[in-house]
Design a protein around this ligand. Structure first.
Ligand code: IPD
Ligand code: CA
Ligand code: CA
Ligand code: CA
Length: 254
């Protein structure tokens, strides 16, 4: 049953990816949400409507958490819960026209089960989970090397780095170098392929959900900086890292 859902979701996300590329060539509207740094486009909204409608056909009794308001009011994580980010990295979508993703995840009774991150412009779909393994298109990924903080690249979201939240600059200075991608989904693809070794960030459920599934299935640590359990119904200030880098960072910043 998981394998059947998986095939349907891969088809869906690829279709929405193609639609997104076509929409980029046409006119779309850009609106401010909370500030000029927080934008939404008609593509975000249309993608979410299409994805949610198809999810309701594929998995009719599931609940849907999604960013742009077309999902359900979800108060508990029991049963099947789909978590949807219709365009992750909207600022990159608008300004760079690359380095953005479409993301979906399935949690069953709160357990990370399936994750999907489509790097739209590269045509790379990262997918899978603990039962299916982790894949880049049709190539199964091996587990990332367990590098320590000093031997790897660290990714820190720009706001956290600029404001030195949770002493993130101390961790960043200890790493080989720093990377900032502007899309949580793209950041997660760098971790699960072993390019970066750590990521410090504060994420909403739809930013974190698929990356958490795929990162944990790849043997990476996904934990809150305050060591509290992750709550998939709210924001989490998290560290995603190799086991060695996670230990190094927790020692440095606490
Ligand atoms: C944002 C991106 C960004 C992250 C923000 C997210 P959006 O998602 O993933 O990298 O730092 O916290 O909100 O709004 O473009 O879907
Ligand atoms: Ca957004
Ligand atoms: Ca996002
Ligand atoms: Ca988004």
């Amino acid at each position: 049953m998981l394998a059947e859902i998986d095939q349907q979701i891969q088809t869906l996300i690829r279709e929405v990816g193609e639609r997104t590329k076509a929409a980029m060539q046409a006119d779309f509207t850009i609106d401010e949400k909370t500030s000029p740094h927080d934008l939404v486009t008609t593509v975000d909204k249309q993608n979410e409507q299409i994805i949610n409608q198809r999810l309701r056909e594929i998995d009719p009794t599931a609940q849907i958490i999604s960013e742009e308001g077309f999902g359900d009011q979800v108060h508990d994580i029991h049963g099947h819960v789909w978590i949807v980010d219709p365009v992750d990295g909207t600022m990159n979508f608008i300004m760079e026209r690359e380095n953005f993703a479409i993301m979906l995840a399935l949690y069953i009774d709160g357990q990370p089960t399936l994750g999907y991150i489509l790097d739209v412009m590269k045509g790379l779909l990262y997918h899978g989970g603990p039962a299916l393994g982790v894949w880049e298109n049709d190539h199964q990924l091996s587990r990332p090397l367990n590098r320590g903080l000093r031997d790897g690249l660290i990714d820190v979201s720009s706001r956290i780095l600029m404001n030195d939240l949770h002493h993130a600059q101390t961790a960043a200075k200890a790493a080989r170098s720093i990377r900032v991608f502007g899309s949580a989904g793209i950041s997660m693809t760098q971790l699960i392929t072993g390019r970066t070794g750590a990521y410090i960030t504060n994420l909403k459920p739809w930013d974190l959900a698929p990356g958490r599934v795929l990162a944990e299935a790849q043997g990476l640590v996904v934990k809150r900086i305050d060591e509290q359990p992750i709550d998939m119904l709210s924001s989490n200030f998290v560290l995603v890292a190799t086991p060695k880098a996670a230990k190094d960072i927790m020692e440095l910043i606490n």
